[in-house]
Ligand binder design. Structure first.
Ligand SMILES: Nc1nc2c(ncn2[C@@H]2O[C@H](COP(=O)(O)OP(=O)(O)OP(=O)(O)O)[C@@H](O)[C@H]2O)c(=O)[nH]1
Length: 335
């Protein structure tokens, strides 16, 4: 387990995702017009030769960098790296100084994008990882159409699976009851995400920017109780497993488990994150990843007054619950 994450002066990046028409551009406009004093470089991506979104984004001081004619997650990932590279050079004083005036980056992906490759950019590319830090993946969900989108396709499910923050938007178009059912469905798929209800994507921007969700600097706020509620009308491909163990874990056993897990189930485990209590280690070990790419690092010391416990969540599909439970139980350290 490696890839230490330093204490940070890196530029935070927020990835904004959500299915077609969910309210991403509305959110972007809200962020750009809100009175927060932050300078945000915005990168938008959409299908088609002509960027419509760019015309819809309100005129603000921020410069909008547009990538068209392809999907950010495949053909234009090169474009994304190029634009991020230009911004980085500018900020370091080596490039176009007009592009240097920002302190965070917001990437709006097309509604059809798989967020994983975008998020992975910040793990895989060393230079990117040194300069930028993925702050959070924010997914906007259309309360009116989400059930249908989730039933129909993998993309919508993956966008929910990867989210650190879920904005359940367009709440004006559904009843309380429908909203509650949908909320349960989303939480069953991704219990680690923070969930907010919104109209016109109106949200206090402090809930979506600079939240450090990806570093798990803050304690995970999981509510595993939700998983036990019997409200699962849907047989979603994407679901989550939650582990909790009070006894300390053995690092060697854990590494063996991890190796097997990632080799055999890496493609199906979209997102996992948690805090581990390892035998003989006085700090909490933060552990998180996307598919085969993960990082783990010591966070703060366990406090004398807190219970030492390992807790983590895996979000994915085709997860063999029994196998995972067994493997995890096998990682408990023998005294
Ligand atoms: N009723 C209602 N309409 C909303 C709400 N939020 C956004 N809309 C509308 O939904 C439509 C789509 O919103 P956009 O912000 O363009 O959605 P998007 O996710 O950027 O769409 P794509 O770029 O096509 O993926 C617009 O007409 C918005 O005005 C809401 O809370 N309630």
């Amino acid at each position: 387990m490696s890839q230490a994450v330093e204490a940070d002066s890196r530029i935070p990046v927020t990835v904004l995702t959500g299915f077609l028409g969910a309210g991403k551009t509305t959110l972007l406009n809200h962020v750009l017009t809100a009175d927060h004093g932050q300078k945000i470089a915005v990168i938008v991506n959409e299908f088609g030769e002509v960027g419509i979104d760019n015309q819809l984004v309100v005129g603000a001081d921020e410069e909008i960098f547009e990538m068209n004619n392809g999907c950010i997650c495949c053909t234009v990932r090169g474009d994304l790296i190029r634009i991020l590279g230009e911004l980085m050079d500018a900020k370091r004083g080596a490039g176009d100084s007009r592009k240097a005036n920002f302190d965070r980056v917001l990437i709006e992906t097309t509604g059809l994008a798989d967020p994983a490759p975008v998020a992975q950019t910040f793990f895989v590319d060393e230079e990117m990882a040194e300069f930028y830090k993925l702050d959070a993946i924010v997914t906007v969900v259309d309360a009116k159409h989400a059930d249908q989108h989730l039933d129909d396709g993998h993309e919508a499910q993956e966008q929910v699976a990867f989210a650190d923050v879920l904005l359940l938007n367009k709440t004006d178009l559904v009843t309380e009851n429908e909203l509650k059912k949908l909320e349960h469905r989303l939480i069953a798929m991704n219990p680690a995400a923070k969930l907010y209800h919104t109209r016109q994507s109106q949200i206090d921007i402090h809930h979506i920017l600079g939240i450090g969700a990806f570093d798990l600097e803050k304690k995970l706020e999981l509510d595993p109780g939700f998983l036990e509620e019997e409200d699962h009308d849907h047989d979603d491909d994407v679901y989550s497993l939650f582990f909790r163990e009070e006894q300390p874990l053995d690092l060697v056993k854990l590494e063996r488990f991890l190796q097997e897990w990632l080799t055999d189930h890496g493609t199906d485990t979209f997102r996992y994150k948690g805090v581990l209590h390892i035998k003989g280690v006085k700090q909490r070990i933060v552990f998180q990843g996307i598919h085969m790419l993960f990082s783990s690092y010591p966070d703060r010391d366990w406090r004398a007054d807190e219970q030492r416990v390992s807790e983590f969540v895996i979000i994915g599909r085709n997860l063999d619950t029994e196998w995972f439970n067994e493997q995890f139980a096998n990682c408990v350290a023998t005294s």
